[in-house]
Design a protein around this ligand. Structure first.
Ligand code: BGC
Length: 440
């Protein structure tokens, strides 16, 4: 009886809160005014992205330690094989799938990867610098690693590709992890030491910097589900504060070297598509908006652009009805969602780059259409006043998909992990045609 009273009270409160919110925030997801011909502005930047841990191979950081400990358990926990294409089941149950190891060997083969991107007409490349390579021990900096990234940036410039450099894409050096990682009281100062070193060396050579990749996802997921840095919900509040401060510090340090630099974060966003009339839908919609903008509002004065990472629609009970296609990861493909998110971001009056968008599609049967559908929605948002300046497909090559390991295939370029052979997928040629035509 008591349980039901609590439930009724809870629903009443939800209704009381969300109904006024619905009237304040307006109707959910208006219809989208698509154009017949998709044509992005002349200076629109077409790119592709990657991250160090996922494609460089041979890393030594908190993730590699975790992989060694957890790989067997991840391989054993394969009961959801039924939800993925049959051919991946063997890989899912193989411990080796969960160890990043040599991977795509992107660190040693970056010239090949950049040349392949160039052959597709890609105009910008987002990649991340691996903190653990630059500072393997606290205050011990590896100049050969700095030189490596300097050469990578120079090669991009030579091949007329704009580098978008991410300073932190989730992995941390072991020494930092042992101190408590982002939870530690010294976290902001430690990160500032690393950023100081990188910007002293490369500050004048890079215009576009992404300080942090998806800080909110990092706070919300690993600290709750146990991925690195490990389950610790109490810590996540502290981590939120530290990441905010770390971004602001990095902003100042980068500007010191290059006042013209353009700096932002890559924000992981969600869009909920739900039936208009339900209270739950209103609540979910309000929460999604709050989620998308929370961190961004707090760095409003320290961001020159907003980076958007968009992968799927919200997982709500409207899900089955609204999403007909899913990726190999069983993530709903919902290209319309990016339109709604971009329109929400319009209020910031800040340039927007879609810094990540893509899908796991080993058969390459959905990728080209999905990219087109996404671009159609980006174009509609741009025509409606959202200041969108570029799009980066995730990812350039297949790469290590964190706790899923190697089986999900996001790349424009297929990697044969046995011999590291790169093969351009057919969908990449379609993306290339879109780039050349600046639309379709
Ligand atoms: C992350 C990437 C990841 C992608 C697909 C993004 O949130 O930044 O590292 O590969 O999602 O899961």
């Amino acid at each position: 009886m008591r349980r039901y009273t609590i439930l009724i009270l809870f629903l009443g409160i939800v209704f009381l809160i969300t109904d006024p919110l619905y009237y304040i925030l307006g109707p959910i997801n208006d219809s989208i005014p698509y154009q017949d011909n998709i044509k992005l502005p002349d200076n629109f930047l077409w790119g592709t992205s990657s991250s160090a841990h996922q494609m460089e191979g041979n890393q030594h950081n908190d993730w590699t330690e975790w992989e060694e400990k957890q790989a067997a358990a991840l391989a054993a926990n394969h009961e959801d094989c039924a939800r993925i294409p049959e051919q991946f089941c063997d890989q899912k149950t193989d411990r080796a799938n969960y160890i990043s190891g040599t991977g795509a060997e992107g660190y040693g083969r970056y010239q090949e990867d950049i040349s392949l991107a160039n052959s597709l007409g890609v105009q910008a490349y987002r990649f991340s610098i691996e903190w653990a390579r630059i500072e393997p021990q606290q205050n011990v900096f590896d100049e050969t690693a700095i030189q490596h990234y300097r050469e990578e940036i120079a090669l991009l410039r030579k091949q007329h590709m704009e580098p978008f450099v991410t300073l932190w894409h989730w992995t941390i050096p072991s020494w930092f992890s042992e101190k408590g990682g982002w939870c530690s009281a010294e976290a902001v100062a430690d990160f500032a030491d690393y950023v100081t070193h990188v910007t002293n060396a490369l500050g004048a050579e890079v215009t576009y910097w992404i300080t942090l990749n998806e800080p909110q996802v990092y706070i919300a997921i690993p600290y709750l589900d146990g991925r690195p840095p490990g389950r610790n919900p109490i810590c996540s509040v502290q981590v939120f504060r530290h990441l905010l401060a770390a971004h602001k510090q990095a902003y100042t340090l980068i500007k010191f070297h290059n006042a013209q630099a353009s700096i932002g974060i890559a924000q992981g966003v969600i869009n909920f598509e739900t039936p208009k009339s339900t209270t739950t839908a209103r609540l979910q919609h309000a929460l999604a908006r709050a989620w998308n903008k929370f961190f961004l509002h707090r760095i409003e004065h320290e961001q020159d652009f907003i980076g958007i990472n968009y992968f799927h629609g919200g997982l709500t009970y409207g899900y089955k009805k609204n999403y007909t296609e899913v990726s190999d990861l069983n993530w709903p493909l919902y290209p319309e969602g990016i339109y709604h998110v971009l329109m929400e971001m319009k209020d910031f009056h800040t340039p927007i780059y879609i810094t990540e968008n893509g899908l796991a599609d080993a058969a390459d049967s959905k990728r080209a259409q999905y990219i087109k559908d996404i671009i159609k929605n980006i174009d509609a948002a741009e025509q409606n006043g959202a200041p969108i300046k570029g799009y980066f497909y995730w990812s350039l090559t297949d790469s290590f998909e964190w706790s899923h390991g190697y089986w999900p295939r996001f790349g424009l370029i297929n990697i044969d992990y046995a011999n590291k052979l790169r093969t351009i997928r057919p969908s990449a040629y379609e993306y290339s045609s879109i780039i050349k035509a600046n639309g379709f």
